[in-house]
Design a protein around this ligand. Structure first.
Ligand SMILES: NC(=O)c1ccc[n+]([C@@H]2O[C@H](COP(=O)([O-])OP(=O)(O)OC[C@H]3O[C@@H](n4cnc5c(N)ncnc54)[C@H](O)[C@@H]3O)[C@@H](O)[C@H]2O)c1
Ligand SMILES: O=c1ccn([C@@H]2O[C@H](COP(=O)(O)OP(=O)(O)O[C@H]3O[C@H](CO)[C@@H](O)[C@H](O)[C@H]3O)[C@@H](O)[C@H]2O)c(=O)[nH]1
Length: 457
């Protein structure tokens, strides 16, 4: 099938590469010339395990091309996927300018029937806006081409994006019941057949329900995390171990084990913005989503929990103190620094006068770029950050180590070397990687999240 993907970010590039892998002829469009140049020179602009192989294989086979040529991109695909960003606007709502610009481009250039797929995460009602934008551009050209806008939200996780796309838990497709909508249904069914032959994992629904499903899924997952984080903070006070509690409640199949890990807050490009956008949608309909408001507040608080623990241990004024930070990306296996908890902790440490040595297995370059922006108003603060070549190098002379991202490489360090390198054997573990009792036995002062039972006194 001939497919066009508009936007070659995390979602667009993975979608394009994976659909090409299944034999489709895929044209990827981006407005960012530098991104397209990297891809056409055999590079990958993001870190995503396994993606480089899929892209290289399908480029070589001639099934995957990258371009900034809008007219050619619209001419190419019978199915046009819109996979551009939907960042938060100032009021928290999803900014639809890129989605609507993509839609207008389709209307400006299309000849013949097109299925237009909203792959980006967009608020309920966006498909109607996309349809209106396309219809408006067609009317300007005096054309009457048929098209149908379908909602097909993406559920992939960064760091496991190729795997998630190739083996989806579910495929959600919203379409309408018009002649064009039913034609779109048939095309989408054919496109997704290789993922689930009998369509046992495809959920067909109306467009608005599909749009709403995406926000509901992210809101639910964010709620579970904030719920556990709030309980973890209480566990710290009452002397319970949130990890034992997690096992204890997760074994109930009605609750399940996933997404119950307490930590130093959720980040990334999705949960923070999608929770906000859903709250914003509710306000447009005179409804206040009380639970989601609390989910957001708990997460904002949680991103400061490591900093608060450091201050409790070392005092308000951290000048003269030096800290090591392991893990910068918002989660492992990605270089994505969007809304990463590390940025909050580092900000708190350097603003209180400390210096920090940071290390991340893949996000060093991206971290340097975003931290420079974070401290654009005061470059002296950025100068307090040094970028270490490896985890051990970050530890030298540090008053304590703080762990922010649960990279596998941090799980079993040589604790004797860690102890020897640190000025004080103190670890603040924002992802509960280690066992408090093991730390106590080794002689490391350990501050986890919600694990005070073994570290009290
Ligand atoms: N990142 C994820 O894990 C993830 C997962 C599921 C859904 N989503 C959703 O998918 C959408 C895309 O997210 P992302 O993380 O891939 O974004 P991204 O910022 O990584 O990529 C978006 C790309 O779109 C390009 N673009 C913008 N306007 C364009 C236009 N008019 N024509 C062509 N290209 C254009 C940008 O240059 C950029 O390369 C968002 O709505 C997001 O919420 C993201
Ligand atoms: O038990 C948990 C699980 C995750 N996190 C944190 O939550 C954030 C998000 O993690 P994850 O969901 O794995 O990453 P994303 O790539 O942001 O994926 C989410 O957002 C995507 C974009 O909408 C969706 O497609 C995915 O289904 C959804 O999981 C990260 O900071 C994690 O550290 C926790 O604190 N505790």
């Amino acid at each position: 099938m001939k497919i066009t993907i508009i936007g070659t970010g995390y979602v667009g590039l993975v979608t394009g590469a994976c659909l090409a892998e299944l034999g489709n002829d895929v044209f990827c469009l981006d407005v960012d010339q530098s991104k397209v140049d990297i891809l056409n020179n055999g590079g990958i602009p993001i870190h995503e395990p396994g993606l480089d192989d899929v892209v290289a294989r399908n480029r070589a086979a001639g099934r995957l091309q990258f371009s900034t040529d809008v007219a050619a991109s619209v001419a190419h695909g019978d199915v046009q996927f819109i996979a551009v960003g939907t960042p938060p606007d100032e009021d928290g709502s999803a900014d639809l300018q890129y989605v609507l610009a993509a839609a207008r481009n389709i209307g400006r250039h299309m000849d013949g029937f097109k299925v237009v797929v909203d792959k980006s995460t967009v608020p309920v009602g966006t498909a109607d806006k996309v349809s209106a934008a396309i219809a408006d551009e067609l009317a300007k050209r005096g054309k009457n081409e048929g098209f149908s806008v379908v909602s097909n939200p993406e559920f992939l996780k960064e760091g496991a994006a190729v795997e998630d796309f190739m083996r989806p838990d579910r495929i959600v497709i919203g379409h309408d019941q018009t002649t064009e909508g039913l034609r779109a249904h048939a095309l989408m069914k054919k496109l997704y057949a290789p993922f689930n032959r009998n369509h046992e994992r495809t959920y067909w629904m109306d467009v608005r329900s599909a749009e709403f499903t995406k926000y509901s899924a992210n809101a639910m997952l964010a709620t579970r995390i904030s719920f556990m984080n709030e309980l973890a903070n209480l566990a710290d006070k009452v002397g319970a171990d949130i990890e034992a509690v997690r096992h204890g409640i997760g074994s109930d199949p009605r609750i399940g084990h996933s997404f119950l890990y307490a930590g130093c807050g959720y980040g990334g490009s999705c949960f923070p913005k999608d929770v906000q956008a859903l709250e914003r949608t509710a306000r447009d309909y005179d409804q206040d989503l009380l639970i989601l408001r609390a989910v957001e507040q708990v997460n904002d608080f949680q991103k400061h929990v490591l900093g608060k623990k450091v201050v409790k241990r070392f005092g308000d004024d951290l000048s003269g103190k030096h800290f090591a930070v392991w893990g910068l990306a918002f989660k492992p296996n990605t270089d994505d620094m969007r809304e990463a908890s590390s940025r909050v902790l580092i900000g708190e440490l350097v603003r209180r006068g400390a210096t920090v040595a940071v290390y991340d297995p893949v996000a060093m370059k991206e971290a340097e770029r975003v931290l420079k922006l974070d401290f654009a108003d005061d470059a002296k603060l950025f100068d307090r950050i040094s970028f270490a070549a490896n985890p051990m190098a970050a530890l030298g002379d540090a008053d304590a180590l703080a762990i922010v991202t649960e990279w596998k490489a941090f799980r079993s360090p040589d604790f004797d070397r860690v102890k020897a390198a640190l000025k004080n054997p103190v670890i603040f573990d924002g992802r509960n990687l280690f066992e408090p009792q093991v730390m106590a036995d080794i002689g490391i002062e350990y501050h986890g999240i919600g694990r005070s039972i073994l570290t009290r006194g």
